[in-house]
Every structure is written in C-alpha cells, then in structure tokens.
Design a protein around this ligand. Structure first.
Ligand code: UDP
Length: 378
C-alpha cells in the first residue's frame, strides 16, 4: 500500500523541540514502513524522516510566519496543498492520511471522486470550526478519526457520521519501558505542555502554594520558549496575557518555577524524576501525548477526569483522577501509592508506536474497503 501522509507546511518532521502533530507523524511513519507501507510524505524540505518519497514546496517550516497578518500568511497552506493535489494526480497513491487542520479536510472533500480514499486525523478540539465540521460530508471516500473516544463525542453530528473511530497517541519512550530501571524521584510535580488556560497551569500554581508541593512548569507561552523571550513578547497574544495575569503572579522561582520549553533528554529526565505529572484540565484534552509519555517514564498522572484522561489513566493504578478541582491537592499528596512499574508496564502494553501503527493500518483498510464498496455499487 502506498500512503501519502500529509504533515503540512508548518514544521519539519521530526520537529526540533515542540511540535505535537509532527511528532505523532515521526512516531507513526517508521512503524508503517516496518509493516510494509510505502510512505510519500508531504512536508517541508528540511524534514529528515526517512520515507520513500518527499513532496514539498517550502524548504523550511513556515511556523514562524503564523503570527503575521492573515493576508501575509493565507497563501502558505494553499501552496502546500497544490503540491499535494499535483502528486495525487499521478494516480499511484492508494490512500491519503492527512494531518492538516481544516484545509487538509476541505481539499480532500473538494477532490471528490478524483481523489483516492482518505483518512483525516482530527488532532484538535472539535468544537472549533463549527461551520466546517458541522457541514462535513466526505461521501464514501473521505473519513475522519479521533485521537480518543471522548474527543469524538464532542464533535458535530456530521463529523461523527464520517468517523471510523479513534486511535490513541503513542510514544517511542514506551518501547521497553517495562524493562527499564526505576529512576530516583525528587519529589516535585511537573506540568508539561503549552501554557494555556485549557491546560490549567494557573490552577496548578495556586495548588502548589496551598497544598505545599514544589511545582515545575515546562512548556512555551505562545511562540515564546524561554523566560527571557517574554520581555519583548507581544502583549496582545492571548497566551502571553494568560501567563501575565493568571500564572506569573504565583511563580516565585522557589515553590513554583517556569523553566520554558524543555526537549529531548532534558524533558525525559524532568518527567522521569518527578513525583507526578499534573493535568489540571479546563478543556477536553483530545489526545494527550504528554500523558502517555509520563506513564512511559514511570511517573503517575494526577488530573481532572475529563477529555482523554479517563481513557488513558486508570484511577488508582496509573494515576489519580477527580472531577473536583478542590480535591487535586489531596491527590498529589496521595500519589506516592501509585507504582512506577505499573505506569511503565501500561505504556509498554498500550502506547507504543507499534500499537498506534496497527490501529491506523486497521483504519486504512476500513477506509479503503468502504470506498471500494461504494465504487462497486455505482
Ligand atoms: N513538550 C515538550 N517540551 C515542553 C512541553 C511539551 O517537548 O516543554 C512536548 C510534550 O512532551 C508532548 C507535546 O509537546 O510530546 C505536547 O503534546 P500534547 O498532546 O501533550 O499537547 P498539545 O500541545 O498537542 O495540546
């Protein structure tokens, strides 16, 4: 099977540092190829992921221009999508696996019968783009999938009707996690993720002072990755405002610290050495890569039982969940009863790249056979 995987024009694959979707693709593609799938990757020129063929228009990731006014950036995605459509016109692609928000889906729908069967993975909050998702009709050829079951329950009916199910996210850290030696934990709690109201860092910071635990916040504020970058930050950026008004007042550099974005080995050591990772969610986290990474690194998860968390975490075995914000502090104090080995074993069983690739391969077959069924009928 030859699959065109559309990673979009924003960041290279694998990304340098932060890059949620590009990381998912970098985790998935090597496993697909191991299973015999030929991969044509639509991405930017600087991507280094080994594939059979690369399609690109932009030499470098265009993420940096995203903050510019709309009329300066609105040509980026169409230019990338043109190259994708031209490649599809060669007629040898069996299936498209698309990851480009909004425009990826509408291009595939617009291709109609000219396009191959396609699966568009929904990595996002599905209450966004109500006009697009609420009127979605992919016919027999274009299907969507979620990254958790919960995520799809919040989707408009039209999108649910076009869904072929969900595949949970994965992490390469889960491979062999059950066999790795335990790490000494230093007693602090970590929140790893974009600093943003939905991820609830303000609540975490308040709790740290009230319940008396040390807290490390890691992750970017909007496009700013280091504390020193914030001095010249755009004060109108909503994440910068959230940081300034709701999080920074609790960050004293002692009980609560913000260390900016951490990547690679630094990130792994930070999470592995933590007593717990905290997810004080105020949104329905769709997929939660940081959740499965935490388990793979042997660190239990404490959080609000919403979004994907109840699907990924078993309360009392791999973490502690509550629907009540007021209880989170007590759960942090109780987390030491969760065993590191249970967390690692769960990740090795459920969240490896091989498990994710097997899930996608199943969906590819389903999408192709649904499309073939419609061709036979017509
Ligand atoms: N991440 C990171 N460094 C940071 C903060 C986050 O490398 O300082 C990574 C994190 O390990 C995860 C990804 O960014 O792989 C975030 O993905 P997730 O699905 O948790 O959240 P999203 O940002 O996609 O909502």
């Amino acid at each position: 099977m030859r699959v065109l995987v559309n990673a979009g024009p924003w960041l290279q694959v694998p990304p340098h540092g932060y890059g949620g979707i590009e990381n998912v693709i970098a985790t998935l593609v090597p496993e697909l190829r191991r299973l015999g799938v030929e991969v044509v990757l639509a991405t930017v020129g600087e991507s280094s992921l080994p594939v059979e063929e690369q399609v690109s228009v932009f030499p470098e990731g265009m993420f940096g221009v995203l903050q510019r006014p709309y009329n300066q950036v609105c040509g980026v995605v169409p230019a990338h999508q043109n190259a994708v459509v031209r490649r599809l016109a060669e007629g040898d692609i069996d299936l498209v696996h698309d990851h480009v928000e909004a425009a990826g889906l509408s291009t595939l729908v617009a291709l109609g019968a000219y396009g191959p069967p396609a699966l568009h993975t929904l990595h996002w909050d599905l209450q966004k783009h109500p006009e697009l998702y609420g009127t979605f009709d992919g016919g027999d050829r274009v299907r969507v999938n979620g990254v958790s079951a919960d995520q799809l329950t919040h989707a408009p009916a039209a999108l649910q009707a076009g869904s072929v199910g969900h595949v949970h996210l994965a992490t390469p850290l889960a491979v062999g996690a059950d066999r790795r030696a335990p790490v000494v934990k230093d007693g602090s709690v970590v929140v790893l993720g974009r600093i943003n109201p939905g991820k609830g860092q303000d609540l975490a910071a308040r709790l740290a002072h009230e319940a008396g635990f040390d807290l490390v916040l890691a992750g970017p504020v909007g496009p700013y990755h280091r504390p020193e970058d914030l001095a010249a930050a755009d004060q109108q950026n909503p994440d910068v405002r959230f940081w300034r008004e709701h999080v920074a007042p609790h960050v004293d550099g002692d009980r609560v610290r913000w260390i900016g974005t951490v990547t690679g080995e630094d990130r792994d050591q930070l999470v592995a050495g933590a007593r717990a990772t905290l997810f004080p969610l105020r949104w329905n986290e769709p997929g939660g890569t940081a959740v499965v990474e935490s388990l793979a690194l042997g660190t239990p998860v404490v959080g609000i039982a919403r979004g994907c968390l109840p699907e990924l975490i078993e309360h009392g075995r791999t973490g502690l969940l509550t629907t009540d914000e007021a209880e989170l502090g007590d759960l942090v104090q109780a987390v030491d009863k969760i065993e590191e080995a249970e967390c690692r074993a769960e990740a090795a069983r459920r969240f490896t790249p091989a498990v994710m690739a097997a899930g996608y391969l199943e969906l590819y077959e389903k999408v192709r056979s649904l499309a073939a069924g419609s061709t036979e009928r017509s």
